[in-house]
Design a protein around this ligand. Structure first.
Ligand code: HAM
Length: 440
């Protein structure tokens, strides 16, 4: 066995990728805080029983995917495969029912699942997630969906669709479960071995199966959404209404049961059209009104989501939504101007500034432009040009080549204006107002 490679299904995050990852997390944290969510950190491992009881013994996660080990004291522990059960455990353990409800928490943490590794599916992956615990109101579900939608939107992820379903509750689901069981038993010769076991354990889990035969059977199965009780239907309609009111248009997908047993009522996913369909969910979640009670707490409703950072990053790269790491590169045209370049980069790295790079390797002018291109910079700030007056600099749009001169004091405002509409947008130099400098 080689010791010079990371274990299968894991990866190292090298600086280019970690910078991109940090950018995603920083954007998400800003949105979490704007929505009133606060940070929670739970341990990397928990008692195995937490996940067995919380996630469900019929799920693939518990049956096949957990990293479980006895510690030296003989306790059975599991590396966290998902974030909801630990947060609910913490809610109970710390008496958070005494806090103002709902308690709104966010996390950013690695998750461990023994899955078949492929693009967008890892054995250690990172999630950002949120849990809103203590209220059954449809506004909570809508807020959670809108929150993830806003994060993905701020990250420039387009070509994303939102799918939603209702899983019913303890009033309507048992009767539906029996109906589904009867249907599946009548087709059990068309099902894989796993699904035949699922019929008795939890028939809804057959909807997760990727086998073609099983998919054909579940496609014709009775749909839970047609058997919702009046309260669940009303709740679902209210969630849809709130989402539409904020411009989100969810598609109803009656087969969206998701891979965890704790869901009741709302389930949802944001799926990226830029990713392969087997792992196109950039985030998903739903309501889990029975989970806290199942874990030994008093009956407490909750709703949340988890979103995979690797998938967000992959989808962003494929849709070219990722901005350049540093959008501005300061180019010195003369050695005497290197001090000025250093000071300007410092200025552009201040609070509220876009950030800037400059040459730290004694490159020629041509070499500096090459480096700016390698870094994906959009603008170059040129200093030390003979034709510029004292205290003046020139800003060049590296894509179009158009240029504008300004005084150093005006540089932050000009750069801000040119980078304006986010990584992909911004006012072009020589845009609607006409060119202010000559093109080169
Ligand atoms: P999940 O759907 O299992 O839900 O995972 C959430 C997200 O994590 C997925 O939508 C996907 O983006 C990402 N993900 C899952 N597994 C992998 C993997 N092996 N490799 C890469 N990315 C992955 C949960 O974990 C629930 N705890 C979400 C939740 C929170 N529901 C309510 N509250």
């Amino acid at each position: 066995m080689s010791t010079t490679q990371a274990p299968k299904g894991t990866y190292d995050l090298l600086p280019d990728d970690s910078a991109e990852r940090d950018e995603i997390v920083v954007a998400a944290v800003r949105v979490f805080e704007a929505y009133g969510y606060r940070h929670i950190v739970t341990p990397e491992f928990e008692d195995t029983a937490l996940f067995e009881r919380g996630v469900g013994e019929a799920t693939d996660i518990v049956r096949k995917e957990m990293y479980t080990f006895p510690d030296k004291g003989g306790r059975l522990l599991t590396l966290r495969p998902e974030g909801t059960a630990p947060v609910c455990r913490a809610y109970i353990e710390h008496g958070m029912h005494k806090w103002p409800q709902p308690v709104k928490l966010w996390y950013h943490a690695p998750m461990f699942r023994y899955e078949r590794p492929q693009a967008g599916r890892y054995r250690e992956h990172y999630q950002i997630g949120a849990e809103s615990i203590g209220s059954a109101e449809p506004a909570v579900d809508a807020e959670v969906v809108a929150l993830l939608g806003r994060i993905l939107g701020e990250l420039g992820l387009d070509r994303v669709r939102l799918v939603i379903n209702s899983m019913g509750d303890r009033t309507c689901r048992p009767a539906y479960g029996e109906l589904l069981r009867d249907y599946l038993r009548a087709h059990d010769d068309e099902l894989c071995e796993d699904c035949r076991v699922r019929i008795e354990l939890n028939p809804l889990r057959t909807f997760d199966c990727k086998e073609e035969g099983c998919r054909a059977v579940t496609a014709q199965a009775p749909r839970l959404i047609d058997y919702l009780c009046a309260d669940c239907r009303e709740h679902f309609e209210a969630v849809l209404g709130l989402l539409r009111a904020v411009g989100l248009e969810p598609e109803i997908d009656a087969s969206l049961v998701r891979g965890l047993d704790y869901y009741t009522r709302t389930t949802f996913e944001f799926q990226s059209l830029a990713l392969e369909s087997a792992q196109n969910a950039v985030g998903g979640g739903g309501r889990y009104d029975g989970l806290i009670e199942q874990l030994g707490g008093r009956p407490t409703p909750g709703c949340g989501f988890g979103s995979g950072l690797e998938r967000i990053a992959l989808a962003r790269r494929r849709t070219a939504a990722a901005g350049p790491r540093t959008p501005v590169y300061v180019v010195s045209f003369a050695d005497e101007a290197r001090g000025e370049a250093f000071a300007l980069a410092q200025l552009l790295r201040g609070e509220g500034m876009p950030g800037a790079e400059l040459d730290l390797a004694g490159r020629s002018v041509k070499g500096q432009f090459k480096q700016a291109a390698r870094l994906g910079a959009r603008l170059a700030v040129l200093v030390g040009l003979e034709e510029l007056g004292e205290g003046e600099v020139r800003v060049r749009d590296l894509a179009g080549g158009a240029e504008r001169d300004c005084r150093v004091a005006q540089l932050p405002a000009l750069v801000g204006e040119l980078l304006g509409g986010g990584a992909a947008g911004g006012a072009p130099i020589g845009g609607a107002e006409g060119p202010a400098g000559e093109a080169s």
